[in-house]
Design a protein around this ligand. Structure first.
Ligand code: FAD
Length: 478
């Protein structure tokens, strides 16, 4: 008899609810435990940088698990065919344990696999694990859902927090079982996917994640409040790719942060702000859960049907970082280079695309999906709809980010800009936010010819802001 732990976006061996309960049950019932990963054929058709990062992370998990004598096995093919292969082996599957997806494609897949397994008389145990409080975990007193973050967060903070689900490594080795011989086809599918991975990633996997979190909590978090909006300061934790792939559990993040608060005598503004950011992640998961169609349509009905600009040139310029606004361009280069972008910059580029260019937020959301290694549908849709003023808790449509002012405020020395736009490296602070203001002589002097080395601003912010407000007003009144 074997308890199967189906790994998905929870690529770790500690503080893992499904693994914890599978081991506990196996110990009581005398079963063994096996790790499983399912490779869907569609993955080969849409392999992006996010998948590259994900499969390298999975490879790390597989190696760590093998070291603990807990091999992870692979099944491949369409879902039912793959799971049938699992059931056809010469051992009996006692139960399948997994941490559920509460939203999107994963939610539908979970529901259909569970139904199918139960029809084969295989009990299924699923858990809310990817968030501190799952989509049904935070309600108003009258039972309804919050739509605005501040009251949500007040309630979120008042609730007891789940404990860490520690995994006994000794038990893992003792109960873990090796059936690799019976899963050669899946193993090959995994190796094939790994051969698609072309990038070299540093800091992959659970050990790196724990180190990065500890480094942040001990060295940076106390200045998080004042520094987090400045991309050149590297003042945020950069754990989003780990949370996204489940390399870190949000419970662990929460409890480690609380330990540091206690060490500091119970107070730290930086830590409090940091914890509220982790709560945003739960909030957007809940919003996506109650608005399952929010990847495709505006949550706020009054803004459905906006007359977006269809000009592909604008969208191309934005994607390539050639808008002529240095902060936007440097941010897009950061995204295109490392697959991650600082939060302040995500807000700036999303506002720029949807307000200055008036390009449909869905296009930006999808571009981020292709490019971000931390792509999380709920946070991304939430962030885009926030910036486009179409979400539940959105910035009002008439409050449009001014990219030049944002740049002056959050990258005053132009340090971040220069790190991604080397053609501006000699441009002094006075012009770094608006290089087109340089005279011909200054362009010569600072080695940057506008129109050749760096583009003219593609649009005039003041004009475009006015136009965006008019379009939103018209839509609202229609
Ligand atoms: P820190 O500042 O160190 O915060 C710690 C953690 O809190 C983050 O790792 C993240 O899990 C969570 N968090 C912080 N801010 C937010 C937020 N605004 N919304 C939700 N969770 C948050 N985050 C993603 O994880 N995936 C996405 O696809 C994503 N897309 C975004 C798109 C837009 C347009 C915007 C405005 C924001 C988006 N965010 C997304 C949220 C945020 O930008 C990132 O979580 C953050 O930049 C990650 O860096 P960090 O780990 O250093 O964050």
């Amino acid at each position: 008899k074997v308890n199967v732990v189906w790994f998905r976006q929870d690529l770790r061996l500690s503080d893992h609810k499904a693994l914890y309960y599978a081991l506990k049950d196996a110990e009581q019932s005398g079963a063994e435990v096996m790790g499983l990963f399912h490779i869907h054929p569609s993955l080969n058709d849409s392999f992006t940088v996010r998948h590259d990062y994900f499969f390298r992370t999975l490879e790390d998990l597989v190696n760590q698990a093998a070291e603990q004598q807990f091999p992870i096995h692979f099944i491949s093919g369409e879902v039912e065919e793959a799971f049938q292969h699992l059931l056809d082996q010469d051992f009996t599957v006692q139960s399948v344990f997994y941490n559920k997806d509460e939203v999107g494609f994963g939610r539908e897949r979970d529901q259909s696999v569970t139904k199918w397994l139960e029809a084969q008389d295989i009990p299924v145990e699923s858990f809310v694990d990817a968030h501190i409080h799952g989509a049904e975990g935070v309600h108003k007193k009258d039972g309804g859902y919050y739509k605005v973050f501040t009251p949500y967060y007040r309630m979120w903070s008042s609730l007891d927090k789940p404990a860490v689900y520690s995994i006994d490594k000794k038990k893992l080795s003792e109960l873990g079982t090796d059936f690799t011989d019976q899963f050669q086809k899946g193993e090959k599918a995994f190796r094939d996917l790994l051969s698609n991975c072309t990038k070299e990633w540093n800091h992959i996997g659970e050990r790196s994640a724990i180190q990065r979190l500890a480094h942040f909590l001990h060295n940076k978090v106390h200045h998080y409040e004042e520094n987090r909006d400045f991309p050149a300061k590297n003042a945020t934790s950069m754990i989003s790719p780990y949370l996204k792939n489940g390399v870190l559990s949000p419970r662990t993040v929460y409890h480690k942060a609380m330990e540091v608060i206690e060490e500091n005598g119970g107070e730290s503004k930086g830590l409090e702000t940091y914890i509220s950011e982790i709560a945003w992640r739960d909030f957007y998961n809940m919003i996506h859960y109650i608005y399952p169609n929010s990847k495709h349509e505006e949550v706020s009905e009054q803004y459905q049907g906006i007359d977006w600009n269809q000009d592909e040139d604008y969208f191309e310029k934005w994607k390539e970082g050639e808008t002529g606004y240095p902060i936007v361009d440097a941010a897009m280069k950061q995204l295109n280079t490392i697959g991650w972008m600082h939060n302040r910059l995500r807000m700036v580029v999303a506002s720029f695309l949807t307000k200055d260019y008036l390009v449909d937020w869905r296009k930006g959301e999808r571009y981020f999906e292709e490019r971000l290694i931390d792509y999380d549908a709920s946070s991304n849709i939430g962030g885009w709809q926030w910036a486009a003023s179409t979400g539940t808790d959105a910035v009002p449509y008439f409050r449009v980010f001014n990219p030049t002012r944002q740049s002056e405020r959050f990258d005053p020395e132009g340090e971040f800009i220069k790190s991604y736009l080397p053609q501006l490296k000699d441009v002094p602070k006075k012009y770094i936010h608006e290089p087109s203001k340089m005279s011909a002589e200054e362009q010569e002097q600072y080695n940057c010819k506008i129109g050749e080395d760096y583009p003219e601003p593609s649009v005039d912010h003041k004009t475009m802001r006015k136009r965006a407000i008019e379009v939103f007003e018209k839509q609202k009144d229609s």
